[in-house]
Write a protein that binds this ligand. Structure first.
Ligand code: KG4
Ligand code: ZN
Length: 343
């Protein structure tokens, strides 16, 4: 296999991103550029991502970001071997902007087009950043996704668990909203929890100790609401204690589900080389600490790629495209944008 250089494009949610990534013949990867434009300020006043606003912002930003990514990479169009673009899952308006732009560039430059599943981008990031070897367990926890996936190889994923109601980041965001904290909720809940007592409110640990590796978060969210109503009017102390208690419950559930998924993987797939985390919620220090302790106790590597590559970015899409190209796995270039697309 020869070395390849890919342009990646990501527009599935509220980050517009373009990146140039190089994969050497020996499998090593280098990020030559990775420009990310976050729309978070456009959506903050609405308390969540507004799809129509997101799609329009992608249209405005993408051309400039592609030029910037190519410029920063020090490469030219003729140096590229392909264009990788997120074709799903995500918000359809944004996906269409990315896919149509990528198709236009691919046609104009005579380059192969590689539609990439966004979740595959997250799943393969650790092989770029940390050289993590297959198979490993991925815990992907963001505003839209909550998944435990056994990553056995490029294009070989087995989902061991997912949420049966809210995503983990969504639970953080909704809890923040209930307690009057600003969007995005996760970082604010974490900050507020620092001053709180995690044992003050006895919140449920949904599905903890139960068979399987799924998550359920809506009951916990309701329990926070009821506890907040009981304690109203809330003092600053109450809000801190509620945040700390919520975060402790979530961290315990994440640890329990991950422990089960690791055991299931060992039994049915093979010994994992590592537990890898991705997604915005992976920034949470309380969750990280529990997972690190779990891994240390098992003599297992705990891999947390740099935060900029844990959240949405185009480098992970370019890298997934490069691995697919190297393995001859490129899917149908006519593949349409798909709002729903399981791994
Ligand atoms: O991966 P991400 O940036 O975007 C997508 O959802 O695709 O994740 C954003 C989510 C939000 O729900 C945010 O509240 C949550 O990740 N988040 C956190 C933290 N930082 C971000 N949740 C808990 N603790 C954090 N420190
Ligand atoms: Zn994502």
């Amino acid at each position: 296999v020869r070395g390849v250089t890919l342009l990646g494009i990501e527009t599935s949610c509220d980050e517009t991103s373009a990146s140039v990534v190089r994969r050497e013949a020996d499998g090593r990867g280098t990020i030559l550029s990775n420009v990310v434009f976050s729309q978070i300020e456009d959506h903050a006043i609405y308390g969540g991502v507004v799809p129509e606003i997101a799609a329009r912002a992608h249209v405005e930003a993408l051309d400039g970001l592609v030029r910037a990514a190519l410029g920063e990479s020090g490469r030219n169009w003729v140096d590229l071997d392909g264009i990788a673009v997120t074709a799903g899952p995500g918000l359809i308006g944004g996906l269409l902007v990315g896919v149509m732009t990528a198709k236009a560039i691919a046609a104009a430059r005579g380059l192969p087009l590689l539609p990439v599943n966004h979740l595959e981008g997250h799943a393969l990031t650790a092989t770029l950043t940390d050289g993590t070897a297959f198979p490993y367990l991925l815990l992907l926890v963001s505003g839209g996704h909550t998944q435990l996936v056994a990553v056995e190889g490029v294009g070989r994923y087995r989902r061991l668990g997912t949420t049966i109601d809210d995503a983990l980041g969504e639970a953080f965001d909704k809890t923040a909203k209930m307690l009057g904290l600003p969007y995005p909720g996760g970082p604010n809940v974490e900050k507020t929890a620092l001053a709180g007592d995690p044992t003050r409110f006895p919140l449920p640990r949904p599905l903890k100790g139960q068979p399987g590796c799924n998550f359920s978060l809506s009951g916990l969210k309701t329990a926070v609401r009821l506890a907040a109503e009981d304690a109203a009017p809330l003092t600053e102390r109450d809000v801190s204690d509620l945040c700390a208690s919520f975060q402790a419950a979530v961290a315990e559930v994440v640890e329990d589900r991950s422990r089960r998924a690791l055991a299931l993987m060992r039994e049915e797939i093979g010994a994992p080389t590592a537990l890898v985390v991705a997604g915005g919620v992976a920034a949470n220090k309380a969750i990280r600490a529990r997972l690190e302790t779990l891994c240390n106790g098992m003599g297992l590597a705990f891999v947390a790629p740099p935060m900029a590559l844990c959240t949405d970015n185009a480098a992970m899409i370019a890298w997934a495209g490069a691995l697919r190209l190297a393995e001859g796995l490129s899917p149908d270039p006519e593949l349409p944008a798909r709002p729903r697309w399981p791994l």
